[in-house]
Design a protein around this ligand. Structure first.
Ligand code: APR
Length: 241
């Protein structure tokens, strides 16, 4: 772990890095008004992940599953990227960051302008039949309709607990991370594997921007505690000088 002012240290690392891969979680979206999962007022304070975010949820608790995603889809209509998202988009266009691999399903990185984004936990903007994979629309899902092909239940294309991550995006993320000088981890508790293993494919430096410590802090090289939007704004100003 490095000593000295972590913010200034991180600014130097970003400046010097030839290839920076950014990993984000729900803490990247809370300043846009999207709750995270495991903070005290996060989604899992009100919902049991096994009942809303697991494969079994569709078969055993479809009403709770549907309500959970219906609410998130409606809420997302009111949110937009914040300053931190915009800075990451600017950093991509300046070549300061190479790729964002995100656990988030809200597409706020893409809305802010980032093009190199891998959604390793899927997205909540497209839908399919849970039984025959026939594509479905948001309106049909929100209206609680069944699949027109087989009558099965509809679901968003998010990765649920117990499901595989999208293999091509996973392979490419691991490849890029293994060549990165810097892995910048923003707004995640690093609770969920295999996403939380990505930093350790890299021999480069691993830095965290987060509101609170994570499970893997002792394996990271530097930590800056605070709000993602604020820390990224401070880093952005430091990088301009
Ligand atoms: N700035 C920085 N960090 C923040 C902010 C913020 N504005 N708001 C919250 N955080 C931090 C919290 O302190 C917490 O450590 O972000 C982290 C969010 O952790 P989780 O709620 O566990 O979210 P995440 O790590 O993305 O969860 C991973 O779990 O349920 C699954 O699929 C779901 O993708 C999700 C995965």
């Amino acid at each position: 772990m490095e000593t000295g002012d972590p913010l200034k240290m991180l600014k130097e690392w970003i400046s010097a890095s030839q290839k920076t891969v950014v990993l984000t979680g729900a803490g990247m979206s809370t300043e846009s008004g999207v709750p995270d999962f495991r903070s005290k007022n996060g989604f899992y304070a009100h919902y049991d992940p096994a009942e809303v975010a697991s494969v079994g949820a569709i078969e055993n608790h479809y009403e709770t599953f549907h309500q959970f995603y219906q609410r998130r889809i409606e809420d997302l209509k009111k949110v937009k990227p914040h300053k931190g998202h915009e800075i990451l988009a600017q950093w991509e266009s300046e070549g300061r960051i190479h790729l964002i691999a995100t656990q988030n399903i809200d597409r706020l990185h893409q809305l802010a302008g980032n093009r190199n984004v891998y959604e390793l936990h899927g997205n909540i903007r497209t839908f399919r039949c849970a039984r025959c994979d026939h594509p479905a629309g948001e309106e049909s899902f929100l209206a609680g309709k069944r699949c027109p092909q087989c009558g099965g239940p509809l679901r968003p294309n998010v990765v649920l607990f117990g499901e595989m991550l999208p293999q091509e995006e996973w392979r490419k993320t691991v490849e890029e991370a293994s060549e990165a000088d810097l892995i910048l981890i923003i707004g995640t508790s690093l609770n969920v594997s295999p996403f939380n293993q990505i930093p350790f494919y890299s021999r480069g430096k691993k830095a965290l921007i987060n509101m609170e410590p994570t499970l893997l802090d002792d394996q990271l090289d530097l930590r800056v505690f605070g709000k993602a939007g604020e820390i990224l704004s401070q880093l952005h100003s430091l990088l301009l000088n």
